[in-house]
Design a protein around this ligand. Structure first.
Ligand SMILES: [Fe+2]
Length: 387
């Protein structure tokens, strides 16, 4: 069992130009990015580097067919390094470009053993804080055939360098910043409470991520979201810690429920997962109070509650109050684009609960305590069902 992985090397630069000089970026490189990130460093693109924007290969997610189109275009270029500058989708695409070789993604079964090999150098420069992909040995790919998401986890799917350049995030819109930070927080909570794979070291990283995120959220609630620029570096660090923790112990139920919901309605990833976090934590609390947990689970839960209470400065509060306070804090940070919409029928909630149970077992198996099909359906009903 792996305790902790120290790759990639993590670096920080004040500007993109400083990064270019330090890494001698140029004609050996493909810069894989997105149109909005490109605006922030276009003037400093090194001579000879090929710039490829991911929008050409699909919007908002990495699909196997989108990746095949990218690989086809890249095969006509000479490069031995990929510099990914963007969000999780961009970095995941770059990971595949560096590790998939000739293997077709639509032919890879969803198992734990993947035929990847890390055959090109990868530098990941995140322009969002949240996915933690720059620090994780994983990539999420959507199957075009049935729309399902596959969470590939393999040592080959790593960056060689994760580079933080906070100035590249200064123009990140509030909603994207908030969504990214919420995603990182959910990664940290779910990684910490993953009873299957988490280790003392991964919990240490998740704890640090939670400590930073909750502290910054408290500040942002008091100061307003316009103050976010001064916290970007801290959130980048927290997101990186959460990503590294999730690399050892992946997220679980909120992501499983959220992923399944995203197949039904068009909603940002963080918002989909966030809409279930409160119900998921309350389900765990019911299992704790109903004494349906082991001593180990009770100890992990106790630690998580202490960390969250400390982070929100409500030490001594009971578990229910801690979960309520977390929900209030997150509602202060993230304005839900689909708030108030609870239009799913009972039948649709039952379908979602069944599909989630059947298709998301890989994530559900990482949950703090097991979910039944009925519990999943009840959570869809409570979060999205019409009364
Ligand atoms: Fe996520």
């Amino acid at each position: 069992m792996r305790e902790l992985c120290f790759l990639p090397e993590i670096q920080r630069f004040d500007s993109f130009g400083e990064f270019v000089r330090a890494h001698r970026a140029g004609d050996r490189d493909i810069i894989l990015t997105d149109n909005s990130s490109l605006q922030n460093f276009r003037a400093e693109v090194p001579p000879g580097a090929a710039v490829v924007c991911i929008e050409k290969y699909g919007e908002g997610k990495v699909t196997d067919t989108g990746f095949e189109a990218l690989r086809h275009d890249a095969s006509k270029m000479w490069f031995d390094r990929v510099i990914a500058i963007g969000g999780g989708v961009c970095i995941d695409m770059a990971k595949m470009l560096c590790a998939a070789g000739e293997i077709r993604l639509d032919e890879i079964p969803d198992t734990d053993h993947f035929p990847f090999s890390h055959n090109k150098e990868l530098i990941a420069i995140p322009t969002t804080c949240g996915s933690g992909s720059e620090a994780a040995e994983s990539a999420v790919i959507c199957r075009s055939g049935n729309g399902s998401k596959i969470w590939f986890t393999d040592h080959a799917l790593r960056a060689d360098y994760a580079v933080m350049i906070p100035s590249l995030l200064y123009s990140l819109p509030e909603a994207e910043f908030a969504g990214g930070c919420i995603d990182a927080l959910i990664y940290a909570v779910e990684s910490f409470s993953n009873m299957l794979q988490s280790t003392k070291s991964s919990r240490m990283l998740a704890e640090k991520a939670l400590e930073i995120i909750l502290l910054v959220f408290e500040h942002l609630c008091a100061e307003g979201m316009n103050a976010r620029i001064k916290y970007i570096y801290f959130m980048q660090l927290a997101s990186l810690y959460a990503g590294a923790a999730a690399s050892i112990a992946p997220p679980s139920a909120s992501h499983a429920l959220g992923n399944q919901l995203m197949e039904k309605i068009d909603i940002p990833h963080a918002e989909a997962c966030l809409s279930f976090l409160d119900a998921v934590l309350k389900k765990y609390l019911r299992d704790i109070t109903g004494e349906r947990v082991t001593e180990d689970q009770a100890a992990v839960w106790g630690d998580l509650m202490v960390i969250m209470a400390k982070g929100m400065d409500i030490e001594g509060a009971d578990d229910e109050e801690i979960i309520e306070s977390l929900n209030d804090l997150l509602n202060c940070i993230y304005r839900r684009s689909r708030s108030g919409e609870r239009g799913l029928t009972k039948k649709e909630c039952i379908r979602l609960g069944t599909d989630c149970w059947e298709q998301q077992q890989k994530l559900l198996s990482c949950s703090f305590s097991p979910f039944s099909k009925k519990e999943l359906t009840a959570i869809y009903q409570s979060a999205w069902g019409c009364s």
